[in-house]
Design a protein around this ligand. Structure first.
Ligand SMILES: [Zn+2]
Length: 389
């Protein structure tokens, strides 16, 4: 097991994220304070951030964004115990806050010093909470861990759909159309379309709003949810004018063609510093916490599913199914699940940009992808219970 200091230094890097949806339900003043606190956090001024965030909390104790930011602030201070309490509250207030969920789960896997009451030891004497809450938090973590269990099981496929980019990372942008928005809209439509088949697939999403999410968190979430398949939606732009239609990529060390190499270059740039952590020896802190080691069998399954999915896209889809390839994509390499990166259309292509800019066409495309995904999963010989590892 990694030592705790290393865990915390890695987790503290999360402090740079802006991951939270704006709260529309609560007083603006708490949100304003949260925004100021977030800016202080990003600037590295944790003490100032904590003052602002606790003021925000006093105005609105049920603001999930404030709780998540408090979690990050205590993380940066090295106070994992208090951070865990706030992350758990954030998840309870907003079950869609997947990053707080992952962090709460990850922290809970590392030993924490016993709480002490003496002055100078407890870093947050004013933050003491009723022990009942701590017990609830523990029960919640255990329930989460149970839900993400990796033992063989019967039942529907678990599919994690990842809307590429988001927040500060717009991805490709053409004529006011942002790849991050296209990916999110398609993801939400795809999830809704698949909800009709809930006996066959259980859907999880890496993000449900326009928020930043680093690549390693996306990869970690695949393991966290025990996903049988990760599908990452994109719509990049490339300099190759022949790039058109829909392309589905599985992981391969070598790109299958020049376009696959271009796709890998641009999508890996957005993925961020996952691989460099590996090379620095931080390998698998999140990924190990969340899942198994890299496996060739998993890559092969991802490539198979990418091919099957592309073949199963109906001819009537708004954009034609064109390419099933392989590419050295970091997300697919590091995620603990077979993965497909889907270019739902290349925004550099005028037809694709027109289709992806139309809500009706996006709906038709999402339905086509839902049908194709179900067909691909039905075609897999091994069921999800035996399919992993
Ligand atoms: Zn992309």
């Amino acid at each position: 097991m990694m030592d705790r200091r290393r865990a915390l230094s890695l987790l503290a890097a999360v402090g740079g994220l802006a991951m939270l949806r704006p709260s529309v339900l609560f007083a603006a003043s708490a949100d304003e304070l949260a925004g100021e606190g977030q800016a202080e956090l990003t600037g590295g001024n944790v003490a100032k951030a904590l003052v602002l965030l606790h003021e925000a909390e006093s105005k609105d104790p049920r603001n999930d964004r404030v709780q998540a930011l408090l979690g990050r602030a205590y993380f940066q201070q090295g106070d994992a115990r208090t951070a865990l309490t706030h992350f758990t509250l954030a998840v309870r207030l907003n079950p869609e806050d997947t990053l707080s969920r992952l962090l709460a789960d990850t922290i809970s896997q590392f030993p924490m010093p016993a709480a002490k009451d003496g002055p100078g030891r407890d870093p947050s004497p004013s933050r003491s909470r009723p022990s009942r809450l701590a017990q609830e938090a523990k029960a919640e973590r255990e329930a989460l861990a149970k839900g993400a269990g990796k033992t063989a099981r019967q039942g529907p496929w678990r599919v994690l759909i990842d809307a590429g980019h988001g927040g500060l990372d717009a991805g490709a942008a053409v004529g006011g159309l942002r790849e991050a928005d296209v990916a999110l809209d398609l993801t939400l439509r795809l999830a809704r379309a698949l909800a009709a088949a809930k006996d066959e697939v259980v859907i999880h999403l890496t993000r449900t709003a326009d928020v930043s999410l680093p690549g390693w968190a996306r990869a970690g979430l695949a393991g966290f949810y025990g996903a049988d398949l990760l599908v990452s939606l994109h719509a990049t732009r490339v300099s190759d004018p022949t790039a058109m239609g829909i392309a589905a990529y599985g992981y391969g060390r070598e790109p299958s063609d020049a376009l696959a190499a271009l796709v890998a270059r641009v999508e890996n740039a957005a993925y961020g510093p996952g691989a460099s952590w590996k090379s620095r020896g931080g390998e698998g802190l999140f990924l190990a916490a969340a899942g198994d080691a890299v496996s060739q069998a998993r890559f092969e399954r991802g490539r198979e599913l990418a091919r099957s999915l592309l073949r199963a896209i109906p001819a009537a889809a708004p954009l034609p199914a064109r390419i099933a390839g392989t590419a050295p994509l970091k997300l697919l390499e590091e995620a603990d699940a077979p993965g497909i990166l889907l270019e739902t259309g290349f925004l550099s292509n005028a037809d694709a940009a027109a289709s992806l800019g139309s809500p009706d066409k996006r709906q038709a495309l999402a339905q086509a992808l839902a049908d194709a995904l179900l067909a691909a999963l039905r075609g897999v010989k091994m069921p999800p219970a035996a399919g992993r590892g």
